[in-house]
Design a protein around this ligand. Structure first.
Ligand SMILES: Nc1ncnc2c1ncn2[C@@H]1O[C@H](COP(=O)(O)OP(=O)(O)OP(=O)(O)O)[C@@H](O)[C@H]1O
Ligand SMILES: [Mg+2]
Length: 287
């Protein structure tokens, strides 16, 4: 199997612009002040909008390399948005702020504590003015699809749920709105290893159903290799994309894939690349 780095960004077709495109994007926090700090510099990449298959891109990299900055720029969230220079495009249009075409799942559980699971899941539909009966039917359907009980669990409040259950709610709340682009910032970082593998399998299943483009940030090389169609390895100081590595899409459950030789080889290759990138960055920065 090939894990050769590719440097050429996928070419957008005239009739189908890329799902997400960064054109030489730089973000300096506190620009123009004495606290100015460059988070990412000249980041360029293009994620194609493939027919009948949302591309799954995993972002790996050391703490502080700008992974969350990239995701939040796609989401159009301040203070990351707008970039200091360069262009962020979603489905061919410059990002001007948050929009219904993008949904975000954060690492920390972001449910409303005073709303039940069902009311959390249907919150976005409520904001869109979908009538109660229709939104609750849709909400229960998604609660079931993420592996929770549409009656018993639907009535619970967030404090009555485990971390894994809360992340299922967060995923349901995002997917019920059917975004074209799903942004996930270390969504499984706080989960125990077994729950994490279950969530990876769930995500693959749902991703196939909704065919959305996914940008997924993780610190786990294994998670990136299992879930991704491609892995962006980022480097720090300044934050940038160091490598863009195609990997096979998941075909079998996470636990089985992790036993396969090609999987071990790919994970090792990426670990070695990350070590090399970090050693080069340290040399350049005179450490
Ligand atoms: N709101 C902000 N104001 C000032 N600096 C910021 C802000 N957000 C991030 N930074 C800085 O930008 C750089 C990139 O941060 P970012 O959160 O994107 O990194 P990350 O790769 O997501 O890290 P982690 O893996 O720890 O989540 C860091 O040096 C950070 O200190
Ligand atoms: Mg982050």
């Amino acid at each position: 199997m090939s894990v050769e780095p590719t440097t050429a960004a996928a070419m957008p077709t005239p009739d189908r612009p890329p799902a997400v495109e960064f054109r030489s994007v730089t973000k300096v926090y506190g620009a123009g002040t004495n606290r100015a700090a460059t988070a990412i510099e000249s980041v360029t990449f293009s994620i194609p909008d493939l027919p009948d298959h949302g591309e799954f891109s995993a972002f790996l990299g050391p703490s502080g390399c700008g992974k969350s900055t990239v995701l939040r720029l796609v989401a159009g969230l301040e203070p990351q948005h707008p970039p200091t220079s360069g262009e962020v495009l979603v489905l061919g249009k410059p990002v001007v702020g948050p929009g219904a075409d993008r949904g975000m799942v954060f690492q920390d559980y972001t449910s409303f504590d005073n709303r039940t699971v069902l009311d959390n899941v249907v919150f976005g539909l409520e904001c869109r003015g979908v009538p109660r009966k229709a939104r609750e039917a849709e909400g229960r359907d998604w609660i079931e699809r993420v592996g929770l009980d549409p009656v018993r669990d639907a009535r619970k409040y967030p404090h009555e749920l485990s971390g894994g259950m809360r992340q299922r709610v967060a995923i349901a709340r995002t997917l019920v709105l059917r975004p074209r682009i799903i942004l996930m910032d270390e969504p499984f970082g706080a989960l125990d290893p077994a729950t994490r593998l279950d969530m990876q399998d769930l995500l693959v299943k749902l991703w196939r159903e909704v065919q959305a483009t996914v940008l997924f940030v993780t610190h786990s090389v294994e998670e990136a290799v299992y879930l991704g169609d491609r892995v962006f390895v980022m480097a720090t100081t300044p934050g940038r994309i160091a490598e863009d590595i195609p990997v096979p899409a998941p075909t079998r459950p996470a636990r089985e894939t992790q036993q396969e030789q090609w999987f071990h080889d790919t994970v090792n290759t990426i670990h070695e690349r990350i070590e090399r990138i970090e050693a080069e960055a340290q040399r350049r920065n005179g450490k």
